[in-house]
Design a protein around this ligand. Structure first.
Ligand code: FAD
Length: 340
């Protein structure tokens, strides 16, 4: 649900994003552009060396000037990519038969294309190209930290297109933006994914970089002295894809988490169970809380262990996850990935 109060630009952007999720043109310019702030890329660290999947990075940002702004766990960072992949620009200009140094309005075509959406189809002339250009769109990332951490952290999977060039937003954050360099970013409140009131225990489910928003919640909860949550995290291989194993161990040790289980098959099983726990089983995509229905929560949670397949059950048992939470003690479940 998107609540709109007056001319709430934040809500309009949420609405626009929901339309894109339903199939509207994803690269449309913002209806009401909100200002970006200047941030600095403080650190970038590869989290899954040796993985069979795409590289995933921890990207830490700090405001270029002034104090850390405020946000809550669950909020979103909208990043304006600083430039297109130069290889994409070169390939597009070559497909059009245009030289990169051809000047229009005092700028080379390569410069024009650097900060503009590259058209889907080749054009016939440099003038036609420049007239057709639209500004680069932003990309959204779940914030993986809280302001008290001293940095705004993102977990970003580098997307590689079929032609070998890098995705616009992920390529910018994981490759083209230089450490110490500038990043344009704005914060968007995401009320639907703020922690439920009452400080109750949470079941957090995610895979891959879906860990980002969950990390934000665990860090917020830890800072507030709350704990007892569960984390179900899925990735291909425990050896290479755990992303932040040290942090998870730390949360288990200090009680922020009372249970955590990981990866591939276990995750899919947990996801399937999750869908079947609800009166209307459904596939779930994206970031949000699925609050357990009061009437059926007891039965739903009791049904969980029976639905486990062996590898998952073994893993849960070895994690000491033998006792199920009292029905009703779980406020909500967060699902941060497409689960099938
Ligand atoms: C609310 C929200 C939160 C998000 N949080 C995160 C996050 O924490 N970490 C994160 O890494 N991403 C996150 N994303 C996804 C992110 O916004 C981008 O979609 C993603 O980085 C790819 O964008 P790009 O510009 O790099 O690729 P593009 O240039 O848009 O696309 C490159 C190619 O890859 C395909 N593609 C696009 N997205 C994906 C994808 N996710 N996987 C595989 N192929 C893809 C496209 O169809 C295209 O062919 C989030 C998205 C939303 C809506």
């Amino acid at each position: 649900m998107v609540e709109v109060n007056g001319e709430d630009i934040d809500a309009q952007r949420q609405w626009q994003q929901q339309l894109a999720a339903l199939g509207a043109e994803p690269d449309m310019p913002d209806w009401e552009p909100a200002a970006y702030e200047n941030w600095q890329l403080a650190e970038r660290r590869l989290l899954n060396p040796g993985s069979a999947g795409g590289p995933a990075f921890l990207v830490s940002l700090r405001p270029a000037t002034g104090p850390m702004p405020s946000w809550q766990a669950g909020d979103i960072a909208e990043v304006l990519p600083g430039a297109n992949d130069p290889a994409r620009i070169a390939a597009y200009l070559s497909a059009c038969g245009l030289g990169r140094d051809v000047e229009v309005e005092g700028k080379s075509l390569a410069d024009h294309l650097s900060r503009a959406l590259i058209p889907d189809h080749p054009v016939e002339s440099a003038g036609e190209l420049v007239a057709a250009l639209r500004p680069l769109p932003h990309r959204e990332y779940s914030i993986a930290s809280v302001p008290g951490d001293g940095s705004l952290d993102l977990l970003v999977r580098q997307v590689e297109r079929t032609d070998g060039t890098l995705g616009l937003g992920s390529g910018w954050l994981t490759h083209f933006a230089s450490p110490g360099g500038a990043v344009s970013l704005r914060l968007r409140a995401n009320e639907g994914f703020h922690a439920p009131a009452g400080g109750r225990r949470l079941i957090l489910i995610g895979n891959g970089t879906g860990l980002a928003g969950l990390r934000g919640h665990l860090r917020q909860s830890r800072a507030e002295g709350r704990g007892g949550h569960w984390l179900l995290f899925g990735e291909r291989s425990r050896a290479h894809d755990a992303l932040l194993p040290g942090e998870v161990d730390g949360w288990l040790a200090d009680g922020t988490l009372t249970a955590s289980t990981a990866h591939g098959r276990a995750m899919r099983t947990a996801g399937a169970m999750c869908s079947t726990c609800w009166p209307k089983p459904r596939r779930t995509c994206g970031t949000g809380w699925k609050t357990a229905p009061r009437s059926s929560s007891a039965a739903a949670f009791r049904a969980w262990p029976r639905r486990l397949t062996t590898p998952c059950a073994v893993r849960w048992a070895t994690n000491g996850w033998k006792r199920w939470p009292k029905p009703g003690s779980i406020a909500a479940i967060s699902i941060e990935a497409v689960i099938s």
